[in-house]
Write a protein that binds this ligand. Structure first.
Ligand SMILES: Nc1ncnc2c1ncn2[C@@H]1O[C@H](COP(=O)(O)OP(=O)(O)O)[C@@H](O)[C@H]1O
Ligand SMILES: [Mg+2]
Length: 231
């Protein structure tokens, strides 16, 4: 099971959305995928999967590991299972470490090909704790063609270089250079600013009315994924 962090310093660039989309894309290639919602500041992947108000039961198995919640074939564990969301930001180091341990190492993931980690924004203590506890070695960066977002992403890039996390490449999101259904145009600016990274693919900014449908069914968006992502 390979663990891959979906990262960016900035919030709102599409980490969570892309975690779901990548999971669905890889699943459509026959791979077994799990997701860890590690966004301690705002775990929201269940909402994106249309599962927010549905019932789920955390089952502790005989081997003392929890069963992940399985949604449309994707195994999921979320920080929202172990905490009340409003408490999250008040956590100190050891509490955070133990919660992260609980949602990753105390889960019976079975035979997964990839475990995708939906990261919180930032490069602070929470970030380091998650990388430490989960022993993540690889990361995908999410970038938006925007000055502030690029400045912030450089911090993540630097941090990963220090932590020796290898970076698979950049995914550009929210591009305004093409529309859903059009041929993609990759950002020259992002490529210039990160000369050592490859832009793996780019997704357009999608009208709200179509976005959630695309996230759940990944119909038109699937044309933007490279055939071999991560394999
Ligand atoms: N390609 C896209 N087109 C349109 N809206 C998007 C796209 N990607 C993300 N969004 C929207 O942007 C917001 C932030 O996305 P999210 O995945 O939660 O980002 P992050 O996890 O980085 O904070 C959400 O409201 C989401 O619906
Ligand atoms: Mg998120």
């Amino acid at each position: 099971m390979e663990k891959i962090a979906i990262s960016s310093t900035k919030g709102g660039v599409g980490k969570t959305s892309l975690t779901v989309l990548i999971a669905k894309h890889l699943q459509s290639k026959g791979l077994k995928i799990g997701i860890v919602d590690a966004d301690i500041y705002g775990p929201n992947i269940l909402r994106l999967l249309d599962f927010k108000n549905k019932q789920y039961e955390l089952i502790l198995k005989e081997n003392n590991l929890f069963e992940p919640v399985v949604i449309d074939g994707i195994a999921l564990s979320s920080i929202s299972f172990v905490i009340n969301q409003s408490e999250a930001v008040a956590w100190r180091g050891p509490m955070l470490s133990s919660a992260i341990k609980q949602i990753v190492t105390k889960v019976d993931w079975g035979n997964l090909d990839f475990l995708l980690i939906d990261m919180p924004p930032g490069t602070g203590d929470a970030y380091l704790t998650i990388f430490d506890e989960i022993k993540i070695k690889k990361s995908l960066l999410v970038a938006v063609d925007d000055e502030l977002s690029i400045d912030d992403l450089k911090k993540t890039d630097n941090l990963f270089n220090k932590l020796n996390v290898s970076q698979i490449g950049i995914i550009e999101n929210l591009s305004e250079k093409f529309l859903l259904g059009d041929k993609p145009i990759l950002s020259k600016k992002i490529q210039d600013e990160f000369p050592n990274h490859k832009i793996l693919f780019s997704l357009p900014r999608i009208p709200k009315s179509q976005f959630y449908n695309e996230i759940r069914k990944i119909s038109k968006l699937k044309d933007y994924f490279p055939d071999k992502l991560l394999t």
